[in-house]
Design a protein around this ligand. Structure first.
Ligand SMILES: CC(C)(COP(=O)(O)OP(=O)(O)OC[C@H]1O[C@@H](n2cnc3c(N)ncnc32)[C@H](O)[C@@H]1OP(=O)(O)O)[C@@H](O)C(=O)NCCC(=O)NCCS
Length: 153
């Protein structure tokens, strides 16, 4: 499996991502859009088939450029690959890559209450939701690297 993180703040991975996109039948408009996002993450198999993907936007402080939080969006696993924890693997890799040591940066995401697969998936990463609203369930985390290391090893 391969993990690729690219987009506005990771342009050095753009050529690799473009190649993976075209192998997966994505058009160049799709690719331009991906590069304009703060981050776009892909998990592929050894033949470069996309198993899971998501986007991220970073929220920076009002008076500093430091990232305070990352919002994880558009998590998607093609139907034929669902149920293999690929989204879990993708999100853990994203957090591992973007979380500097000793950081207080948090990650969060929302799922519709009716989206049971998503909620079951995110529980595995974040535990119980931080908030359950009428329509949306919010998960959030402020992970320490130590447990990420254990999960990724
Ligand atoms: C939500 C989603 C990203 C989860 O990805 P995943 O890699 O399949 O996640 P997991 O393997 O952890 O499975 C999560 C749950 O999905 C359900 N599931 C298992 N196989 C499934 C399948 N073939 N089809 C649909 N759901 C399935 C199970 O309830 C599973 O929970 P369990 O492992 O406790 O049994 C994926 O279902 C998806 O892309 N859905 C469509 C887009 C979407 O809703 N994105 C989320 C937006 S918030």
């Amino acid at each position: 499996m391969r993990f690729v993180l690219f987009g506005r703040y990771r342009p050095e991975q753009n050529a690799l991502a473009r190649d993976i996109f075209s192998r997966n039948g994505r058009n160049s408009r799709d690719f331009r859009f991906a590069c304009s996002e703060d981050y776009w993450a892909l998990l592929t198999d050894d033949d470069d088939r996309i198993l899971a993907e998501c986007t991220l936007s970073s929220e920076r402080g009002l008076f500093s450029d430091r990232v305070q939080a990352y919002c994880i969006c558009d998590v998607f696993v093609p139907e034929q690959y669902r149920g293999n924890q690929y989204a879990v693997a993708l999100i853990l890799n994203v957090m591992y890559e973007l979380e500097p040591a000793e950081s207080t940066t948090s990650f969060y995401l929302h799922a519709y209450r009716r989206n049971r697969s998503a909620i079951r998936c995110y529980r595995k990463i974040f535990g119980e939701p931080k908030h359950i609203g009428r329509r949306l369930v919010t998960f959030a985390s402020n992970p320490s690297r130590s447990w990420l290391f254990q999960l990724l090893s």
